[in-house]
Design a protein around this ligand. Sequence first.
Ligand code: PEP
Ligand code: MN
Length: 357
Amino acid sequence: MMIKTEKIRELDPMDRGFTLIAGPCSAESRQQVLECARSLSDMGVRIFRAGAWKPRTRPGNFEGWGEKALEWLREVKTETGMTVMTEVANSRHVEAALKAGIDMFWIGARTTTNPFAVQEIADSLRGVNIPLMVKNPINTELELWIGAFERLYGAGLTRLAAIHRGFSAHDERLYRYSPQWQIPVELRRRIPGLPILCDPSHMAGNSSLVPSLARKALDMKSDGLFIEVHPDPSNALSDSAQQLTPAQLRELLPTLMSHRDSAEEDMEILKPYRENIEQTDLKIVELVAERLKASDKLGDMKRLRNLTVLQPERYKALADDMVKEGKRYGLDEDFVRALFEILHTESIKHQLDNNLK
Ligand code: PEP
Ligand code: MN
């Protein structure tokens, strides 16, 4: 299925090419929600997140205030003008959140893992093209993530975005959920135009690791950040270790922005060097084509004279010559041998193929 997403204007109203979404893991009380939203709004954050329903690994933990929390989010919207978003995991959540006027939804990592739940959400949103973000599934299965986008798109949702929040890995020590930067890169290739944000909070599992992951996300051309911020993290009812205080976010933001700008300047400086490499690579392709054409001719001669294609002494002599020449330029012997091996294998293949003609 070819997915063609539409721009979510709310993500980047000023066209700065970057989105910041912040807020507490859970909406814990009216006071906590409003206090957090006010401080975020004051520092220029335009999109507020808070979980009304919390998927917990074990029962008996705080599972969110549900519809009551949606009322607090509405208050945030009215008072600060922020765009507000919450997590939905089934059609009941969708109905309640739509009724409460929540602006955007996200689908959590555990829900993305379950095609039944994603389909149920998609069906309950048919005809309501609300902006929706899909977190990666807990396990490193890109197809499952793409499948979720296909189910939602199939129900007419076109204002979609992805959130890379890290993957479960049995050997991970440093992070709670391992970032797998190549997966969003592949997702971008498979669904061009899909905005992909990064959630460094759930990756990190610890607030001290959030800044470096956020910087890495910018280096990886993430379209924005989804960060957990709590006015009093140590007393948070969920994900206490990983939430930043508003003050910590305020301190982090300018360093992120200057990191991003200087990364762009660095790219400019690299341009001529990159062009040089590109030109040289093109020349290599041309030379390789010439080399293979020469060996095709040699193959024709061998065939005419009924000689064997592979002549090991000759191969060895050529390889040794190449290593010797390579040394003059400071090239590593193993590298030169490997390179010659590739060229020679392809050349033999050509000659054999020609023999079959
Ligand atoms: C969250 O964002 O609070 C959340 C529950 O995230 P995830 O689905 O990534 O665990
Ligand atoms: Mn959380």
